[in-house]
Structures are given as C-alpha cells and as structure tokens.
Write a protein that binds this ligand. Structure first.
Ligand SMILES: [Zn+2]
Length: 72
C-alpha cells in the first residue's frame, strides 16, 4: 500500500515588494525662502488642487486625463 505523497508542496516564497517611491504632496511644492513655488501646473478642468503629472513634453492630469502640451 503506497500512499502517494506530494511532498514537494510548492512553497510560496515571500516576494519582496519593490518599494515605490512615495510621493507626497510636499514634493509638488518648492519653498523658496518665504514663498512657495508650485512646481507643477494644476488642472484647468479639475481646478486648483489637482496637479498634473510631468510627462516630459506634456502634462497630464491623473484625475480627468486632461493633457496639456508644454510650450516649446
Ligand atoms: Zn483634471
């Protein structure tokens, strides 16, 4: 009587999650002496408070998807 044993149960290895660079709101602002400079434009559709992501030659709003091309 043989009992088939699946001894080799695949061990689920702990996959290390790659640490995402946490981007806080603080990265969007640059403080120069006494004034705060916005580093990114805000979405003209969503209004103030919605920053657009810098995609090199254009800005994109992650909220509504609005894309604005940078002026050359
Ligand atoms: Zn938007």
């Amino acid at each position: 009587m043989t009992e088939k044993e699946e001894a080799a149960t695949p061990k689920k290895g702990k996959t290390e999650k790659k640490r995402k660079k946490e981007k806080g709101v603080y990265t969007l602002y640059k403080v120069e002496r006494d004034k705060v400079v916005r580093q990114r434009p805000t979405c003209e559709r969503c209004g103030q408070g919605y920053f657009m992501a810098d995609h090199g030659d254009r800005y994109t709003c992650g909220h509504c998807g609005f894309t604005r091309y940078k002026h050359a």
